[in-house]
Write a protein that binds this ligand. Structure first.
Ligand SMILES: [Zn+2]
Length: 275
């Protein structure tokens, strides 16, 4: 990572825990909670790996998004789910104070502190997506979500996609897919909060068939994402005229063969599971 770069990693959908006082509300809804509707399987593991690799602050929420949705802006109709929307005002206020605001305030503080150093700050919001949503098959393994109007985010995302294609040609990496980077979410909220172009909000989306599949390809994907992000950061660094630091011929290659074979192997399984 270039000396002028700081990374902040967040995971809004890291788990599907339910606070003890709300257990009754979720009785009989365990399958819902544990599905992709209740959390992003694998996102916490991936977020931890990225934070560790780049020495970044990690801000993660492990309470289910069906309890309170930390990836929606204040006042958004989807802030509470069918299970929590009908709660008394005081209970909702407790959820906001206990889970929602702390997540967003911690992320904001970490980003603000990093910006104060004069660095380019890359906020990576880590998510995973279900391979099949409402019968529609998602045709990507990795999605990089950003605001196309922001040059810094666009350049980094293009460089990251290119680096991924270079080190893992079998991987289908797409930009602003399966969602648009400008849809409501924490990065969209912070783009308004931090007017400086030194704030780069990128949402990383990974197909859940990797965390749902065998361990080796999932580990290999995490390594590839770290390696390609390091290359993309180097390539787009602000104060590094000779910054093309793409790593080649390293130990990633053998692992990639595992990814491509198991990607094919797990497709039908994932489709059955989620369809
Ligand atoms: Zn998510």
């Amino acid at each position: 990572m270039a000396p002028g770069d700081r990374l902040v990693v967040t995971a809004e959908h890291g788990g599907c825990r339910v606070p003890a006082r709300l257990v009754g509300r979720f009785r009989g809804r365990r399958a819902w909670l544990e599905s992709h509707r209740g959390h992003d399987p694998g996102s916490l593991v991936l977020a931890r790996a990225l934070a560790r690799a780049f020495g970044a602050t990690l801000v993660a929420t492990t309470v289910s998004r069906l309890v309170v949705e930390t990836n929606r802006s204040p006042g958004h109709p989807a802030l509470f789910s069918a299970a929590t929307r009908g709660l008394p005002h005081a209970e909702k206020e407790w959820l906001l104070a206990r889970y929602y605001r702390p997540h967003r305030q911690r992320a904001e503080q970490a980003i603000r502190r990093a910006l104060e150093t004069g660095a380019r700050v890359v906020h990576l919001a880590v998510h995973t997506f279900t391979p099949v949503l409402d019968g529609a098959v998602r045709r990507a393994d990795v999605g990089l979500l950003y605001d196309p109007k922001r040059a810094g985010e666009r350049r980094l995302s293009i460089a990251w996609q290119r680096a991924l294609g270079h080190s893992a040609p079998e991987l289908r990496a797409r930009r602003n897919y399966p969602y648009r980077g400008t849809a409501d979410g924490l990065t969209t909220f912070f783009r308004r909060r931090f007017s400086t172009p030194r704030y780069l909000g990128i949402e990383l989306e990974v197909n859940q068939r990797f965390p749902a599949g065998p361990g080796a390809p999932w580990r290999a994907l995490r390594a590839v994402l770290i390696d390609s992000l390091a290359a993309a950061l180097g390539e787009t660094a602000r104060r590094a005229p000779h910054s093309r630091r793409r790593r080649r011929g390293n130990s990633i290659q053998p692992l990639l063969r595992n990814i491509s074979s198991s990607t094919t192997a797990t497709t039908s399984m994932s489709t059955r599971k989620n369809g």
